[in-house]
Write a protein that binds this ligand. Structure first.
Ligand SMILES: Cc1cc2nc3c(=O)[nH]c(=O)nc-3n(C[C@H](O)[C@H](O)[C@H](O)COP(=O)(O)OP(=O)(O)OC[C@H]3O[C@@H](n4cnc5c(N)ncnc54)[C@H](O)[C@@H]3O)c2cc1C
Length: 319
């Protein structure tokens, strides 16, 4: 085995869950590698401002992820970004992570923290107008809609908070939501309601996007009356939830019907030595703080598992 490619622990995913796991593991002198598919930071880097991270008053997601990354590296953690995982072998004592470029990494413990991504509406015109008026990231694209009239689709915390943040650019933001009430924290609902640039279309669903070069209007169905109408808009931001990035784990660890990784209170999966943390796990609340908490628990449990394993390996084999 190539010694260079062996670690005690490998963390898959460098969002807040994975970076926290990296910080705790490396600080406990567990040789750790974090592998990340895209840019380090995960969904945090899509967030223009994180106002609810305790101890830090106002910070952008990009800045917070930069600090977490620095902390992990300072404790000795290796991080490889922009990789692609081809295959995982999780059942043996020594787990293997095989990358598409042919690199093979081995480790005693694996922490899965691949997070999630935005859910799409799946309606006519959505694929066609992605990046041409349709966006899933206010921080990334809000500026393109300065003095324009836009819609926000969704009724959770992200939808309402991002609707408020988009009023810095857009002259009018209409929030379109399928129910007659929001599934968001009280303060998020209040903030949106008191903003004079925000209007609401409740019990309504977007059924299609229309336009030429860019979107010009959306088709809307009133879910109470069944009536359809055409609503003029310059842009659409869609915040209707998330899908866990767990396709590559199907058949390897236990997932629930939504594809979320099933874990116990130690963040252990059904496979010995394999843990999971953050938004990709089966849980109700998905925040930076909860991801960080999960990452802590997974790292402490993995660390104890690795120590036990090393102690056992030093004992003479039982007959
Ligand atoms: C627009 C928006 C605004 C938000 N605002 C807030 C907020 O204000 N406050 C708050 O607390 N939370 C906020 N959240 C939620 C918060 O960002 C997430 O709960 C948190 O980032 C989840 O962390 P995670 O580490 O589990 O996953 P993620 O942040 O999703 O990170 C997962 C990482 O794993 C990588 N990955 C995925 N698949 C693989 C693979 N196969 N191999 C290797 N790497 C992989 C991804 O590229 C990503 O870097 C917001 C989310 C969004 C989308």
């Amino acid at each position: 085995m190539d010694a260079v490619n062996h670690y005690d622990a490998i963390v898959i995913g460098a969002g807040p869950a994975g970076l926290t796991a990296g910080i705790y593991l490396s600080r406990a002198k567990v040789r750790t590698l974090i592998l990340n598919e895209g840019t380090v930071g995960g969904q945090m880097v899509l967030t223009h401002e994180i106002a609810n991270y305790p101890g830090v008053e106002n910070i952008s997601g990009y800045q917070l992820s930069g600090i977490m990354k620095k902390q992990a590296i300072n404790f000795g953690c290796d991080i490889r970004a922009n990789i692609s995982i081809k295959r995982l072998e999780l059942n043996d004592l020594l787990k293997q992570v095989i990358l598409s470029d042919g690199t093979v990494y081995t480790a005693y413990a694996i922490i899965l923290s691949p997070g999630g991504r935005s859910r799409t509406l799946g309606v006519r015109g959505e694929d066609e107008f992605k990046g041409r008026g349709i966006s899933y990231c206010a921080t990334c694209d809000g500026d393109f809609f300065t003095d324009r009239e836009i819609i926000v689709v969704g009724g959770g915390n992200s939808a309402l908070e991002e609707a408020v943040s988009l009023t810095k650019y857009a002259s009018k933001v209409t929030v379109i939501h399928q129910f007659d009430h929001f599934q968001a924290f009280e303060h998020a609902v209040e903030e949106a309601h008191k903003n004079p640039r925000i209007a609401f279309l409740m019990e309504s669903a977007v059924t299609g996007f229309n336009g030429n070069e860019k979107i010009e209007s959306v088709d809307i169905k009133n879910l109470k009356t069944g009536e359809t109408s055409n609503f003029r808009t310059d842009g659409a931001f869609i915040f209707i939830g998330y899908v866990p990035n767990t396709e590559f784990l199907k058949g390897l660890v236990s997932l629930n019907k939504w594809g979320e990784i099933i874990v116990d209170s130690n963040m252990s999966t059904n496979i010995e030595g394999v843990y999971a943390a953050g938004d990709s796990t089966a849980k109700r609340y998905r925040q930076v703080t909860t991801a960080v908490g999960d990452g802590t628990i997974a790292a402490l449990a993995a660390s104890a598992y690795i120590n036990d394993l090393k102690v056992k390996q030093k004992q003479p084999a039982e007959i």
